[in-house]
Design a protein around this ligand. Structure first.
Ligand SMILES: NC(=O)c1ccc[n+]([C@@H]2O[C@H](COP(=O)([O-])OP(=O)(O)OC[C@H]3O[C@@H](n4cnc5c(N)ncnc54)[C@H](OP(=O)(O)O)[C@@H]3O)[C@@H](O)[C@H]2O)c1
Length: 287
């Protein structure tokens, strides 16, 4: 039985990676910061990890002791490790954290390192994207075979839009005329586990349906059976607000840039998977 190490196992994608690997008969080693939280259900519908993990490693990736020997005996490493809502430095987590495990994996003779990056990292618009791109560059030169998925947005991120629709009104920046194909965590996890062979590669991936951004709140209201009420903030106004807030609070600058770029640019990857956003919203409505 091959061992697979999952980094970021307690997160939205990480939980689906653990479930997919366990279902395919891998022995799963999971790095988490809090085992009880990882064993409990996740707010976005991703699986609780109780009963799916063979070996828990509990710790923070910034602790140098954690990565030492972490991948011993593993054939594959899967990384969903990164800064999203956590208040932390993407350099320390997305770059140095993944790098520490890659260096250990090289020493331990691990075969593959499968990494969840993000669409558009090569444009380097935000610190998170620059750190992810820097790690991609190192991974592609490693003697461990690197497989990089660059996903569009995850369904989990769209639960915020559904939450606003549930409260009666969705705030939308700009006209919502950019396109995106968000992906379910289970579809991305299956894609990553399916792609462990051949030359190292970079895969821009997204879900099976392409939406104009304004169609997503419309779908949320349709699923809820309520009257669509969308409040549009002109893009220029949002840009101005981000500039002002960033001056007052420099740590917001990157988040602001990230929000503006996701609200204005197409994010469409190769279509994969079969889970639809309507099904996801229906699950949220029933929860
Ligand atoms: N969400 C999206 O729409 C999207 C789109 C494209 C790419 N991505 C990328 O895909 C990856 C997974 O995203 P996600 O939405 O699943 O994120 P998530 O739910 O926030 O999961 C991130 C994982 O990283 C772990 N982590 C963060 N800091 C850590 C630290 N210091 N030590 C150990 N573990 C740490 C988190 O642990 P805790 O649970 O303890 O915080 C969590 O398990 C990220 O790299 C993200 O940038 C996300």
């Amino acid at each position: 039985m091959s061992t697979a190490l999952v980094l970021g196992a307690s997160g939205y994608l990480g939980r689906y990676l653990v479930a997919e690997l366990a279902a395919r008969g891998y022995r799963v080693r999971a790095l988490v910061r809090n085992k009880e939280r990882a064993e409990a259900p996740d707010p976005h519908g991703a699986p609780a990890l109780a009963g799916l993990v063979d070996e828990w490693v509990v710790g923070d990736i910034r602790d140098p002791q954690i990565s030492r020997g972490l991948s011993e005996g593993a054939c594959h490493v899967f990384s969903a490790l990164g800064v999203t809502h956590q208040k932390a430095s993407p350099w320390e987590i997305d770059f140095l954290g993944n790098l520490a495990v890659l260096r250990d994996a090289e020493q331990q003779g691990v075969q593959t390192f499968s990494y969840a990056s993000a669409l558009g990292v090569e444009e380097g618009l935000t610190a998170v994207k620059r750190c992810k791109y820097a790690f991609e560059e190192v991974l592609l030169r490693s003697r461990v075979k690197g497989y990089i998925s660059r996903p569009s947005g995850y369904f989990s991120d769209l639960s915020a839009i559904f939450g606003m629709a549930k409260k009666g009104r969705v705030l939308q920046i700009g006209e919502g005329t950019h396109r995106m194909n968000p992906i379910h965590g289970a579809d991305l996890a299956a894609f990553m586990v399916d792609h462990l062979e051949g030359a190292p590669a970079v895969y821009p991936v997204g879900g099976p349906e392409v939406f104009y951004a304004h169609e997503i709140p419309e779908l949320a209201f349709e699923v809820l059976g309520t009257t669509p009420r969308t409040h549009t903030v002109p893009f220029g106004v949002a840009e101005g607000a981000v500039k002002v807030v960033s001056k007052l609070k420099p740590s917001f600058q990157d988040t602001g840039k990230f929000i503006l770029s996701t609200m204005s640019k197409d994010a469409v990857g190769e279509k994969t998977g079969n889970r639809t956003l309507r099904e996801y919203f229906l699950e949220l409505a029933d929860a």
